[in-house]
Design a protein around this ligand. Structure first.
Ligand code: SF4
Length: 295
């Protein structure tokens, strides 16, 4: 034997302890063979991978970032003030773009404006209100009678049902007057928070919430006032950062801004009054750094 080399000692079972014994080998080794189960390496790796995976998106809060590591805070009061001041300067005396003479006409026009441009609605409503001047006239119609009058606004069957249903409910339950409370408005067919906010803000002058239409949705995200995508959550975010007395005008101003400059596909950033406050990832021209999440 070579000096210094110790021969390997077999265990008393003729195997090294701790090694898994295959069924055949165990049978050969006899009933005293070690049976300590060794977990397969693959399952340990798998568990490690699972625990390292990020939590599902739904479980993570999706709030606007109030501050970044570099100190930039999109919700800083000074920045919000600046945005509001510039919107005031660019869009003074803003008004609802839907033509109307009463709360009922505004309610009808807002229902018609879903998935339709305000310009199209303004083409349809003058003749509509000439033929049916009062809420009672609408309540007396069947949805099928109303459909041809509003066909060009799209989704006309559902809209006709909503308008006639709302007229009848207002007649029977609210004494023929459009209610001026959010809870009551939300009981009317075809009326969700956006429509209720339009009627409350633009007719009754009540700031119960912020109108979130497609323009408000898009621009609020570009300006990093929200990181959410659902209108109700966006509204909650805006209600937190915009002073209440500005809720009505702010929504109108963003709607005007969305039509004039902050277009969905190719915003006219070079002409925008908010340009150096905006870090939107899809800007077409910029003097400031872009933030990938701002879109
Ligand atoms: S800079 Fe461009 S993206 Fe930002 S608000 Fe103005 S138009 Fe919209």
């Amino acid at each position: 034997m070579v000096r210094g080399k110790i021969p390997r000692q077999p265990s008393k079972f003729g195997r090294q302890a701790g090694v898994t014994v295959k069924a055949g080998a165990r049978a050969r080794a006899g009933k005293n063979a070690p049976v300590r189960p060794v977990k397969p390496k693959a399952s340990i790796t798998k568990r490690a991978k699972i625990s390292a995976q990020p939590r599902p998106k739904a479980a993570q809060p999706n709030r606007p970032k109030s501050a970044r590591p570099d100190g930039y805070n999109p919700l800083a009061p000074a920045r919000i003030d600046d945005i509001l001041r510039r919107l005031d300067a660019a869009y003074p005396n803003v008004r609802c773009a839907l033509h109307h003479q009463s709360a009922w006409e505004l309610l009808v026009a807002t229902i018609l404006s879903a998935q339709c441009t305000d310009a199209r609605v303004n083409m349809v409503t003058p003749e509509l209100f000439r033929r049916y001047p009062t809420l009672r006239d609408f309540a007396a119609l069947s949805p099928e009678q109303l459909e041809p009058e509003i066909r060009s606004t799209g989704f006309f069957r559902n809209k006709a049902k909503s308008i006639v249903g709302a007229a009848r409910k207002i007649e029977t339950e609210f004494g023929g007057k459009v209610p001026d409370e959010m809870d009551s408005l939300l009981t009317l067919p075809g009326v969700a928070r956006k429509t209720a906010n339009v009627v409350l803000g633009s007719w009754f002058g009540k700031a119960e919430g912020v109108v979130v239409d497609t323009h408000v949705h898009r621009i609020s995200r570009r300006l990093e006032l929200t990181a959410n995508n659902e209108p109700q959550k966006i509204e909650q975010d805006l209600m937190r950062v915009i002073p209440r007395q500005r809720w009505i005008d702010f929504a109108h101003q963003l709607i005007h801004h969305g039509r004039a400059l902050c277009l969905a596909r190719t915003p006219k950033c070079a002409d925008c009054q908010l340009e150096n406050l905006c870090h939107a990832a899809d800007k077409t021209w910029s003097t400031v750094e872009l933030h990938p999440d701002a879109k």
